[in-house]
Ligand binder design. Sequence first.
Ligand code: CTP
Length: 399
Amino acid sequence: MSPRLKGLKVLLCVSSGIAIYKALDLASRLRKAGSELTIILSPEAREMVSDYVFSAVGNCPVYHDINQVRDGWILHTELSRWADVVVLAPATANTMAKAASGIADNLLLATILAAPDKPRLAVPTMNTRMYENPATLRNMKCLRDNGWHVIDPELGELACGEFGMGRYPDNSVIVGELVYTITKKALAGKKVLVTAGPTRERIDSVRFITNRSSGKMGYAVARAVRNAGANVTLVSGPTGLSFLYSIETIAVESAVEMRDRVSERLSESDILIMAAAVADYTPESASEEKLKKEEGPLELILKRTPDILLELKETEGKLLVGFCAEGKHLVQSCSEKMRRKRLDMIVANDISGTDSGFDSDYNEVWFLFKDGRKIHIPRSPKEDIAENLASEIANLQQR
Ligand code: CTP
């Protein structure tokens, strides 16, 4: 979870989609992430789930009555001032239509109308035919034009039994998009190519050589630079991680494939962040068939893989960021690697500890810059490190 969620004042506005039960989990996640919640239910949403359940799950006040005055304050203006961000989830076609036209005939809509200056996120969920109706699409466009971040629903089976667009996305996607909504767009207009995960080098049709990289750091970096407004392409080795919302992801297996995809995309990119743990060796030849075991040892001859960063051409004017993993002499050997690979910056990953680095949710790193600057980031969640990295990259772009 992003550190930006801690202490964030989230006004969660809930309208009456069937996916309302999932909004309870959203409230619970935000609470666990340290956000301060206030919830408003539309009158129809209250018919589905009581204030009591939302209040207990969100550990927060829940309002619905437009005529209620709290301590002498009118609720809709008071709450619109209080919020750092407004989240409308689920967002029904009806509530979006009214919000797009500035109708304010319940507390939820009046509060939204009073918050045009706040970051706002809407999560449309409904039956496909309602979603695809030009009126709904027009209303969503209108909300976007008015500054809302409206996320696309998922394709899948709907509560009514039909299959199509309109499903409520996973709450991890919504929380991620909430962070996007509140993040300053310091990398707006930049195209960023990020690599992540391990590579897989084939021995035969069922066996391969790989490494312990989980891809978590690279995926967190892709998300962080996208949250900062960049247009991101992710070239990913095999990981067990979910696809990232709104990030074009190109799946690759081997170092050679990763090299090919990176070189194809580099010319259109402003920034390359090589977070992938690219294998340095690959079997000299891979068998098409599954190798049969025989008596005695098996000899495997490995050859070097291409060094993607060293092979890059036409890097003039592009910002190149690498990663390196070392136990001993971390800063010295990573600085040498930065020079040798002609990088602007390298993230030196301390893998001497047992509770950070590979496969973990935490890392301890140094940011090393080509001008000799060094920044130490003590053991922190990979999301925090990625957000720090995104802002350092934005600073380098502005120099
Ligand atoms: N890299 C690359 N092509 C490779 C290997 C690595 O472009 N064939 C990139 C990595 O993505 C990383 C940087 O080069 O950004 C440093 O990786 P590497 O040289 O493998 O360094 P370490 O991970 O520290 O490992 P070692 O020096 O032990 O190989």
